[in-house]
Unconditional design. Sequence first.
Length: 287
Amino acid sequence: MTSVAVLGTGLMGAPMARNLLTAGLRVRVWNRTRDKALPLEADGAVVASSPAEAVEGADVIVTMLSDGDAVHDAVSAAAPGLRAGQVWAQMSTVGVEAAGRLAALAGAHGLTFVDAPVQGTRQPAEQGKLVILAAGPQAARQALEPVFGALGQRTLWLGEDGADGAGTKLKMATVSLGISMTAVVAEALALARGLGLDPDLVRQVVSGGPMDSAYFQLKSKAVLEGDFTPSFTVRNAEKDTRLITQAGESAGVRLDLVAAAGERFRRAEAQGHGDEDMAATYFASFD
Ligand code: NA7
């Protein structure tokens, strides 16, 4: 039976750990704020008190933490429990530069590094319907099969070299789409309201037409119902705008929309909406 260490049980990591348990895998979890990991005990997880304790004896290590520095710190702290040959699936969104840095850290500990960020936020994570954007050696794929099978609806294998960060590069492109779409939907609804209209009229006009989509419905619903329960927080979306901007700069690609979305997320954060769903970028349209 595959044993998995999950480092990070936030909005994404917790349901992912739960799905691994449901699939019958042995799971040890660690989270900086231990209280957030404790509910997973009821599902059969062992809650470790340190990253080192979590990874000891695991076949596969999954990291699902906020950013590259958090992942680097957690895996460095895990060092006493690591053993050469363990497979590390790095599933957080960390950016292209950090993916390379983390691959080097894996190399220093003899770990097999798989760059494997995911498309999808809280609900797909809960439903085991993430799309996994993976790059890593063929040899690791067998060990990861039950893990990725429990977490995702499909895995796109993008190459053998995790250090190249092909998964992370693709994630930069797809997350930019979600971020820009959220900002665009929020702005359209805000404009309608500012012009003295019921913003729901925008939803009514778009519904069923060529601009409609599941994503439009999801984000407009959040705004119209004033329900900003996070699927993906404003804070993490802002982080991603910076990573996407860096990726664009290093590739010589101008990305105007994502920079504008970043400004909106920073304003929303300053207004106190950092822990809410990124649809709360709506508030950034108003003083
Ligand atoms: P959340 O719900 O914001 O969770 C973030 C997790 O990262 C949570 O477990 C945090 O622990 C942890 N974290 C943050 N900073 C640190 C540091 N410095 N050290 C250790 N642990 C840390 O994010 P999501 O689950 O929505 O997303 C996770 C990743 O997937 C992210 O890359 C997204 O872009 C995609 P805490 O509970 O606060 O102690």
